[in-house]
Design a protein around this ligand. Sequence first.
Ligand code: NAP
Ligand code: MG
Length: 495
Amino acid sequence: MATKKNNTIKLKFDSARNLAPAPESKSAAKIDPQYDLFINGKFEKPSGKKYFPTINPATEEKLSMIAEANTADVNKAVVAARTAYDKTWKKMPAAERAKYIYRIARMIQERAREFAIIETLDGGKPIRESRDFDVPTAANHFFYYAGWADKLEYAFPNRRTEPLGVAGQIIPWNFPLLMAAWKIAPALACGNTVVLKPAENTSLTALKLAEIIQEADLPPGVVNIITGAGATGAAIVNHADVNKIAFTGSTEVGKIIQRAIAGTNKKATLELGGKAANIIFDDAPLDQAVEGVINGIFFNQGHVCCAGSRLYVQESVFKEVVRKLKDRLETLIVGDPMDKNTDIGAINSKAQLDIINKYIRIGQQEGAEMYQPSCAVPKKGFFCKPTIFTNVAQSNRIAQEEIFGPVLAIQSFRTDDEVIEKANNTPYGLSAGVWTDKGSKIFNLTTKLRAGVVWANTFNKFDPTSPFGGYKESGYGREGGLQGLSAYVNIIENR
Ligand code: NAP
Ligand code: MG
């Protein structure tokens, strides 16, 4: 029964969208004050005794101290991985390997809430995304590749495969747990062992994954997770006993890695930057397309290599689409990533926010017209309003260079050929999107756009069964699906 007190409760509404704050509780997440290196199944202190802080980019508060691995630690991890490969993992029946991988998948699901909270606290992405996308998709990758472990003969019919050996895996800060899953799951399924380095800004969920790997009783040394900055990554790349490098990150570091492994027999897959074009034709369902564009660039603060950071709109609907986009921007909530209503969380670091703001200034100096919604942005922490530019020229830097933030460059086009030419006119080729009612247009564009993934009437859809990877300076090799398996085996043609 309602009491007088209940009747007088005043709901505190968020002025942006009239929604009451709905913060996720931090209590389900246990973050230790300090984390060591996970080598040979145990957590070990770094030999240089150095630690660096990891912060919450939404509050600038320190969350924990993370061990910095030097070359001696990297060597220890590689030796552990080599020993585990030779003595245990390579010899284990594939169906047994699969059981471990399934176990990891199930344990991620069991601890999904904790993973989501830590991912959001450490990286700044909205809890809705960590909860509904990052963590379940990471678990799905382990499930999917566990299924392949004892079926490689069907994946590669009439050919024999053997694992590569020790895989050195280096990942960025935008999808920390998911990128670890993308890399570890297929490597293990094919019988390789792993030394993985997360990005220095976002090591926590990889270290939580190390706890799961320990609890899952994976043989020591099969997965080693070592933390540190670029120098630690370089030590993995340069280690003579690493057989494969799997790298996701910037094109700049990708080129350094290519140079470092030239002349060695190390295999590599490189997933690098992007400057994806989203293309809206005048026959497209416009509201759906606008929603897809919003999702494509503002999802995860634009910290997505395949983000739809360029938009091409057919001239006859250009004004209408831009108006709809501006209207939709007004409704987005920028702020506390732990709030379940938040659409755009914190930029991952001060350094990344500076890069984004630099490009926003460049866009204005280049003569493009900027629009940002009127929403409030928290004073503390690293935040950026969603930003769109019109009056953009194809040669402008904001249309050519990767910004890796919530910034969209919009241009118009008249014909199919013109938009294909413009969409292909960047050094990158990771992804693209086509919005149209006509199947024939979709087929025409998907065959001519030089991008690894082309979405039609949707954007940023991921599934473990689909291969993902780039053309041109977006890298080479594929992750996900069957193609993701072939990146971790030597194929011997005659059985
Ligand atoms: P980054 O600087 O290239 O870093 C990626 C990883 O490499 C981090 O773990 C980094 O360590 C490490 N690293 C840095 N220098 C290294 C070196 N010389 N040798 C070996 N490893 C080194 O990229 P980021 O700034 O973290 O991430 C943003 C970039 O990644 C964007 O350009 C984005 O497009 C790209 N990205 C691509 C994909 C894809 O799938 N294609 C996915 C996500 C991101 P520290 O961070 O600890 O310094
Ligand atoms: Mg952090």
